[in-house]
Design a protein around this ligand. Structure first.
Ligand SMILES: Cc1ncc(C[n+]2csc(CCOP(=O)(O)OP(=O)(O)O)c2C)c(N)n1
Length: 674
């Protein structure tokens, strides 16, 4: 192995030695402890340390780095104290995730490290968002005055995921300063690289994205360091991303305790001769930078330090559950509300000037005023810029706010949602428009695993609103008509908002944008241009989590939301013989249980009405809650009226039959006659 020190001083070379030796010695100690049954298993980086350490050394400490499960060297090179890392691995409260995450699946904003989720690939697009934030911050600089770049890791296994493709493509199209680093260690769990991909080297893929790339020896710390330094300069000079493939080998099992039987011994023998720590040590001693006594002294110092740190770690208290804290930590704290309007009762009369706006225009106005209010707000979506979005909600926005903030995206929901999270790591807010709510499936993982869980996992906010043009009734068939709100209601960490009127659409959208948490904002397409209502021209918020009592009645309560609110109102108007009470939930997560209870109490007969299909719809959840908590208030069983349990059909006759509306009269009669 050829070590080229270039102009590195002896002090730097020794510092590098200490940095690469430290994670190796920690892991060797952990292996002993594992055999003694004293610690939980982790993903070993033994044999690969030169990559994690070399890359982390090449970046400034205030540049974000996004490691994976094998990169202890990133965490230690960013000077995270071993005692706290140890508490993290043991699931102690004093770790970096309050005992909620395993081994290396956590981050720390203080250290500019963004932790992975187990799914690997989704990590890559977060780097795009961070780099976009750096770009929008007028090429943000580090404390040392260098332009910031961002570096993200993937294994060669992870490069087969669609997220790899999406993230590299977005970085290329948006000219983002991201270094994508592939750690090619030959195996993805037990699968050898011959069964993973067909190209000769993964770096060849760079060309396909219109970016440069290089393959290097990942076991040589000086090569890794020097390459990443040079690539940083390249990215800054050309304002482009770059792909680096580091060849290396995994010297231990996929995770400690999982064995290596499937790896031929001869590969271990070959790679043992290229051990990144031993080879570097040999280089330093043979070139006179360190002598053997000095090497031994460092090792002794580390041995002692490891014992000291582990003693503190072992003494740490295990995580004793505090249910209230567990539930509270799902969400980042919201700030005070701005100009709040409370229209939750049917007695509400606007105190400020209003004019009539269509649903679609109210949403547009909420977005425009939010862009005016928050200079750090970015809108992203397919065709939302010059074209104005397929529903024309962002028409004219580019002229007013510019292309940097109103961003057309390639067709890649997952990467854009990941980028939205990355933007927030650097303090930006974003609204992502799904062209149709149906297409959220392509970004589902980012929402339910990254955005939803990050605050609970390591107290990082995910200040992202996802606009979801939803619903049927427009003859658009199975893939442009679905009601998929229930998928998200089942995910702790998300908020799900679903307005039915113009005034609520604007106020709730503004509230969603002000909320530091991920909010799914459902907009029923059939309401866009069919309903009109009074809307204040001011910037105002309507509280998320508060239902609206739409209509007073004393015989039957309909609990509903979205387009179904209008079905219920129309039905009530057409059937004055029945006194119908209507509650518009407006927010589905968190539910307004207080208002639900009041609605039950008002009539004792409850019909839950929704456009979503019946089985697994939110109606089942609400019915269960009412049965459990309001049983004595009921005069009849809680009933549900929902759409047929089929995909949404195209023909207008079939679609009308599919929709819950076609069975509303029957459901009401059944309940009234009980
Ligand atoms: C989406 C997904 N599928 C499967 C897994 C299970 N899994 C965990 S790590 C791993 C192999 C990853 O290989 P690679 O990306 O090369 O990284 P390495 O572990 O070799 O460092 C697999 C299949 C997972 N975590 N996520």
């Amino acid at each position: 192995m050829n070590f080229d020190r270039k102009n590195l001083s002896n002090e730097q070379l020794i510092d590098f030695y200490r940095k690469i030796l430290w994670p190796r010695m920690i892991e060797e100690k952990m292996l002993l402890l594992l055999r003694q049954g004293k610690i939980s298993k982790w993903f070993s980086g033994i044999g690969q340390e030169a990559i994690a350490v070399g890359a982390a050394l090449a970046l400034d400490e205030d540049e974000w780095i996004l490691p994976l499960h094998r990169n202890l060297g990133v965490f230690t090179t960013r000077n995270m104290p071993l005692r706290r890392l140890f508490m993290q691995w043991q699931g102690n409260k004093g770790g970096y995730s309050k005992g909620r995450e395993r081994s290396f699946h956590f981050g720390s904003a203080e250290h500019h490290i963004c932790g992975m989720i187990s799914h690997l690939g989704p990590q890559l697009a977060i780097a795009d968002g961070i780099a976009l934030a750096n770009k929008l911050n007028e090429r943000a600089q580090t404390k040392t005055g260098k332009q910031k770049i961002c570096l993200v890791f993937t294994g060669e296994g992870g490069t087969s995921e669609g997220d790899f493709h999406e993230a590299l493509n977005v970085a290329a199209v948006w000219d983002l300063c991201v270094i994508f680093l592939i750690e090619n260690n030959g195996y993805a769990l037990s699968t050898p690289k011959e069964e993973e991909y067909r190209c000769i080297s993964l770096v060849d893929r760079a060309k396909g994205y219109g970016m440069e790339g290089v393959q290097i020896d990942g076991n040589n710390i000086l090569t890794v360091y020097d390459t990443i330094k040079g690539v940083c300069d390249y990215c800054i000079q050309h304002q482009k991303p770059y792909l680096v493939e580091c060849t290396t080998f995994r010297m231990r099992g996929h995770e400690e305790a999982s064995g290596t039987k499937y790896v031929p011994q001869k590969l271990f023998d070959i790679w043992q001769l290229k051990d990144p720590v031993t080879k570097y040590e040999e280089y330093l001693t043979s070139s006179g930078v360190l002598n053997h006594d000095e090497v031994e002294a460092v090792k002794n110092e580390f041995r002692e330090k490891i014992e000291e740190e582990l003693a503190v770690g072992f003494a740490a208290k295990s995580a004793s559950p505090d249910t209230e804290e567990e539930l509270e930590d799902i969400f980042a704290k919201s700030g005070a509300q701005t100009n709040k309007i409370d229209n939750s009762t049917s007695a509400y009369r606007p105190a400020i000037a209003t004019r009539d706006l269509r649903f679609v225009d109210a949403i547009s106005e909420g977005l425009r005023q939010s862009l005016q209010t928050h200079s750090n707000l970015v809108l992203m979506g397919q065709d939302i810029a010059e074209y104005g979005g397929v529903f024309k909600i962002t028409e004219g926005f580019v002229r007013e706010f510019g292309k940097e903030r109103i961003r057309n995206t390639p067709l890649c929901e997952s990467a854009i949602l990941g980028a939205a999270l990355g933007l927030n790591l650097e303090g930006f807010k974003s609204v992502v428009e799904m062209q149709f709510a149906d297409f959220v499936t392509m970004g589902f993982n980012q929402i339910v695993n990254n955005l939803a869980k990050i605050h609970y996992r390591w107290q990082q906010s995910a200040d992202v609103v996802i606009r979801m043009p939803t619903g049927a009734g427009v003859g658009a068939g199975p893939f442009h008509s679905q009601s998929n709100e229930a998928w998200f209601v089942h995910t702790p960490g998300l908020k799900v908002v679903y307005p039915a009127t113009s005034i609520d659409a604007k106020g709730l959208l503004i509230a969603a944008i002000n909320d530091p948490n991920p909010v799914l904002f459902f907009e029923h397409k059939a309401l866009y241009r069919s309903i009109t209502g009074p809307v204040p021209s001011d910037y105002y918020e309507i509280e998320i989590g508060k239902a609206k009592h739409v209509r007073e009645g004393n015989e039957l309560s309909i609990i509903t939301y979205g387009a179904a609110v209008h079905w219920a109102e129309d039905y009530a108007a057409e059937h004055p013989e029945t006194s119908i009470d209507i509650l518009d939930l407006r927010t589905l997560l968190p539910l307004d249980y207080f208002s639900i209870r009041e609605a039950v109490a008002r009539t004792g007969r409850v019909l839950i009405l929704h456009e979503d299909t019946l089985v697994g719809g939110i109606g089942g959840e609400i019915a269960a809650w009412i049965g459990e908590h309001c049983f004595t208030l009921l005069d009849a069983p809680v009933m549900r009226c929902a759409s047929l349990d089929t995909p949404v059909p195209f023909s207008s006759e079939l679609e009308a039959n599919f929709l819950a509306k076609s069975r509303l009269d029957e459901a009401i009669q059944r309940l009234m006659n009980y």
